[in-house]
Design a protein around this ligand. Structure first.
Ligand code: PAN
Ligand code: ZN
Length: 205
């Protein structure tokens, strides 16, 4: 099976007038949320063409379609005014010298922002705008990273353990994956003598 998106609760598309206040617990030991509405599992096969070292990618995938990251979400009506929140777990590892990372995306409603709060691990939030600005913000436990509207974002795990983050974004934001799938990010993060190093992406279009 390729990636999968599992709808855990049948109330995924909750109606605005039916949503009630709720509280949820993040379990950083078992790496899950209480009563998630969805669980997304992304594997190596969904990242074809995204990693720089295609030979290493092909060799790895021949052996196993490794799980790179997982996302649990609490879903709310996908409308302005509401907030979607969840837990992202990027596993540690590398394809060649490049660390495991999320696909990355712009929000379909470009001007919508997002907040990430790092709970565990060591990573970077790689960001860029359509105008050509870029930024790589370091993520350590209890740091919060703000992704302004217009900024594409990708989480990269540069540590040896899972990178756990709580995220919150406007429920009407939507996801545009196609631009990053086609163009890539301007910058990549690779391991260089045991340390993360930001380099230009030679394949960036
Ligand atoms: C997050 C991301 C999550 C997985 O919920 O969706 O970290 O990354 P990809 O969506 O790029 O695969 C978010 O940014 N939502 O908007
Ligand atoms: Zn986002």
């Amino acid at each position: 099976m390729k990636d999968f998106v599992q709808t855990v609760n049948s109330t995924m598309k909750k109606e605005k007038n039916k949503i009630k206040p709720f509280t949820f617990k993040i379990d950083i030991v078992n790496k899950t949320l209480s009563n998630p509405d969805s669980h997304i599992v992304r594997k190596l096969s969904s990242m074809k063409g995204q990693y720089l070292d295609e030979t290493s990618y092909d060799e790895m995938i021949k052996k196993e379609d490794t799980v790179l990251y997982e996302v649990y979400e609490k879903l709310v009506p996908e409308m302005e005014g509401e907030l979607i929140q969840g837990l992202s777990i990027v596993h540690p590892g590398k394809v060649g010298k490049e660390y495991f990372m999320t696909k990355g995306h712009f929000h379909s409603v470009l001007e919508t922002a997002e907040l990430y709060f790092c709970l565990k691990g060591h990573g970077y939030m790689m960001m860029e705008t359509p105008e050509g600005d870029w930024s790589a913000e370091e993520l350590l436990p209890y740091t919060a990273s703000y992704v302004p509207g217009r900024w594409a974002h990708r989480s990269i795990n540069v540590g040896n353990e899972d990178l756990l983050m709580l995220f919150v974004y406007p429920a009407h934001a939507g996801h545009n994956y196609a631009t990053i799938e086609t163009k890539g990010f301007r910058k990549l993060i690779i391991e260089d003598n045991g340390n993360p190093k930001i380099i230009d992406n030679p394949k960036w279009k």
